[in-house]
Design a protein. Structure first.
Lengths: 256, 257
């Protein structure tokens, strides 16, 4: 597998506070990377760096070998824990928004044949995430799980090189969360996605990821705790999950 | 219909008080009976004025509504244009924010003499008073609403390929619209205050002008129906704006699953 994204000696500092220190990371195309770590260990900072929401203080980030501009772009999709969907648009119109912005720079709206084509593509994607029957609902009429499905469809319709998930299932109840795990696994497989997921749920990190990164501070100075930043302290490759390993997790019944 | 009860009670109370005053003094002007109100109003509604040949009640209503409508219209356009720019573009906020705040904290009535001196006693000054009075508040409301949109939404739009312009017209503007209608509803009260004030001070037609004119003759039989008419107009506007908001922006009115 080829390297899609690499971070080279990346540091993030705010004033004299060091958040990330000396982070070196290569992420292969097609991998599902889970990032875990205690609060304040820079998980969200790493995500913001890859998203382009902020630039590293030192070091370089390469996407496909070219340096990443410090701005958000359509090659990196994102799903946040909340507020990822637009409350004033129906599910279908939420999903075609990405295509409208690309094809109509001035009005941000499509008409006629282009609109029909965009709608068809959006409808296919909504069906793929299980929202085929809810295309005309507004987000306020949907449950939390449905909203996250919509946010995923919205991002995937742009065919991003990398899909970033920021605690995407943290606000969902356990049953819905299990459904969402199955969904994201099958989407990852069907669309050959590269996914980076930040999560607090260690079980989720290990069941979903092909690789688990734990971020934390390697060193700690009790007199100046802010002077050491976090970095990847564990980088655990999981066994190959290209098979339906979620299904294989079920415990076999004992036979006499 | 429970809400009609106190209103009815108040009306009955008024009639009882008016009747008792008229029992003591049949020429009482302070609390006129419904009959005399109807008589005076009929003259204003149906009989052309001898001086101008106009039906005064309708001329007053039209003049006032026109001033109010133009003032509210200009303020609304300013609120959406300036409010969006202030809320969505930090450099604009840094440059214009203090000015808008400064204008918003000046009591508009204190500016009325300046407007009369600068713009004359005609329609412009009256409309300008309404705009000066309500536009800054509306602008600040819209700007605050836009600035409070979740950061995640903006980032999400950018990852969908939206430019700053597209974020403004596809994400910020549509979400500011229901707020704009609410801001209009809330500004109607102050707008009426400024309208009546400017009409009372210098005018020759208008609901406020008429009320302050007939005050000289203690004509409560005209003042009370005029006040009631203003109340009805204000309520109709409020209900219409609310209806429009529900109809155009159902997603903003908590229509949940």
């Amino acid at each position: 597998m080829s390297t899609l994204l690499s971070l080279r000696d990346v540091w993030v500092e705010y004033g004299d506070r060091i958040v990330i220190e000396k982070l070196d990371l290569d992420i292969a195309a097609g991998s599902f990377v889970s990032i875990i770590g205690p609060s304040g260990a820079g998980k969200s900072s790493v995500l913001r760096l890859i998203l382009g929401q902020e630039a590293p203080t030192r070091g370089t980030i390469l996407l496909d070998g070219t340096p990443l501009a410090p701005e958000c772009g359509p090659d990196r999709g994102v799903v946040f824990q909340r507020y990822s969907v637009f409350p004033h648009l129906s599910a279908l119109r939420n999903t075609i928004l990405g295509m409208e912005c690309e094809q109509a720079p001035l009005t941000g709206r499509l008409f006629g044949a282009a609109r029909r084509a965009a709608k068809d593509e959006a409808a296919t994607m909504l069906t793929a995430v299980g929202l085929g029957d809810s295309m005309h609902l507004f987000p306020a009429q949907m449950s939390g799980g449905m909203q996250q499905r919509l946010a995923i469809a919205q991002a995937l319709v742009k065919r991003p090189r990398i899909l970033l998930l920021d605690e995407p299932f943290g606000a969902l109840d356990p049953g819905i969360r299990a459904d969402m795990h199955t969904l994201i696994r099958s989407l990852w497989r069907d669309y050959s996605l590269t996914i980076i997921m930040v999560t607090h749920d260690i079980r989720e990190a290990f069941t979903l990821g092909t690789r688990v990164l734990a971020l934390d501070k390697r060193r700690h100075d009790p007199h100046a705790p802010h002077r050491f930043g976090a970095t990847a302290i564990y980088d655990l490759p999981m066994r190959d999950r290209t098979e339906n390993s979620l299904e294989n997790h079920t415990v076999l019944p004992l036979t006499e | 219909m429970l809400g009609a009860l106190p209103i009815l009670l108040l009306a009955v109370l008024y009639i009882v008080m008016a009747a008792s005053r008229h029992a003591a003094n049949p020429a009482d002007k302070i609390l006129p009976l419904p009959g005399s109100m109807a008589q005076s109003m009929a003259a204003l509604i149906f009989q052309p004025d001898q001086l101008t040949g106009q039906l005064l009640f309708w001329a007053d209503t039209l003049a006032s509504l026109q001033r109010l409508g133009i003032g509210l219209g200009i303020s609304t356009v300013m609120a959406i244009v300036v409010g969006l720019a202030l809320g969505a573009l930090p450099p604009v906020r840094a440059a214009l924010g203090p000015l808008v705040t400064g204008i918003a904290v000046v009591p508009p009535i204190a500016l009325l003499p300046i407007l009369f001196i600068a713009l004359g006693l005609g329609e412009t000054a009256k409309v300008a008073l309404i705009v000066v009075g309500i536009a800054p508040v509306m602008i600040r409301d819209i700007a605050a609403h836009v600035a409070a949109l979740p950061r995640e939404q903006i980032i999400k739009a950018q990852t969908l390929g939206a430019s700053s312009w597209q974020v403004i017209i596809r994400v910020a503007l549509p979400q500011a619209m229901p707020r704009l209608l609410q801001a209009m509803r809330l500004s109607l009260g102050p707008a009426w205050v400024f309208l009546i004030s400017s009409e009372a001070i210098a005018s020759d037609v208008g609901l406020g002008y008429r009320i302050f004119l007939v005050r000289r003759y203690l004509s409560m039989d005209v003042i009370l129906p005029y006040v009631a008419w203003i109340a009805i107009l204000a309520i109709v506007m409020d209900v219409t704006l609310n209806f429009l908001s529900q109809r155009l922006f159902p997603w903003a009115h908590g229509e949940s699953h």
